[in-house]
Write a protein that binds this ligand. Sequence first.
Ligand SMILES: C[S@@+](CC[C@H](N)C(=O)[O-])C[C@H]1O[C@@H](n2cnc3c(N)ncnc32)[C@H](O)[C@@H]1O
Length: 295
Amino acid sequence: MDPSMFDDDNGPDDEHSFGGVWTLIKLEALEKYLVAFNNALSRQNFTRIYIDAFAGTGRCDITIDGEKTSVDGSARRALVANPPFHKFCFIELKAKKLAALKALEAEHPDKSIEIIRDDANVALKALCGKYDWRNTRAVLFLDPFGMHVEWSTLEAIAKTGAIDVWYLFPYSGLYRQAAKNADAMDSDKLDSITRLLGTDEWRQEFYAPQRQSDLFGNESGDAREADHHEMLKYVSKRLKMIFPAVAEPKILYQAGDSKNPSGAPLFALYFAASNPKPAAHGLATKIAKAILDTL
Ligand SMILES: C[S@@+](CC[C@H](N)C(=O)[O-])C[C@H]1O[C@@H](n2cnc3c(N)ncnc32)[C@H](O)[C@@H]1O
């Protein structure tokens, strides 16, 4: 891993360091699901874990209609979910944010909290191998700023058969990286899309050879023919290949409210259940869909 990832003043994740209306929507969905999940499993003997893979600080700075404000973030909301989780894992890469998470831990001396400083992909793969998933169930929140979640991480999560996932998929990250003209993409961009989607087949899915040659008779490279709706359909198709149940995502926009959005679509909020038992993933998805419908 690039050591500069750990540097607080470095890295690509300053993008959207201020959230917006989408921040409130994703947090509302998560918060509702955490309560429903704990209620649904409260009479069963599972150890219930909340895993926050891009945990932040417990507070979110947001700007809505030019007004800056600060709201409780995912970690803080999970800690007060009722019925409560038995255990919390907060993963965060940046040292400054870790200090805030430690302070949050000190505010909740009664809770079992593990704080992990690492890249989310590395830490999640380790967590997937650490627990006995026969008697453990978890909700995982994947809330990256950009295209940080690797497909191989999603595969490890799906394989547990015991983790429900809320994934704030970087919709605009994908359609911006996938340039209209394939020649404009360098190998870093190509690789980042392949890591995100777990295959390089996206090139055939999204791009087609251009029929025209330029003035000098040179064939130009492939052009993207898939629009962003089609790209997202492909993402859903890929997720359904590894998770037994995936809910239709809620598209989160730059501005407006959830009923009257405006601006660019930024994220697609996905819910995916990894439990292979139809009764379990059926119930989880029913709850998640009901929540997504209210947003
Ligand atoms: C959108 S914020 C998370 C906000 C948080 N979920 C909340 O509601 O308060 C993304 C966080 O991921 C952290 N981060 C960035 N890259 C990471 C990585 N590779 N692994 C783990 N955390 C990372 C950033 O420092 C940032 O705190």
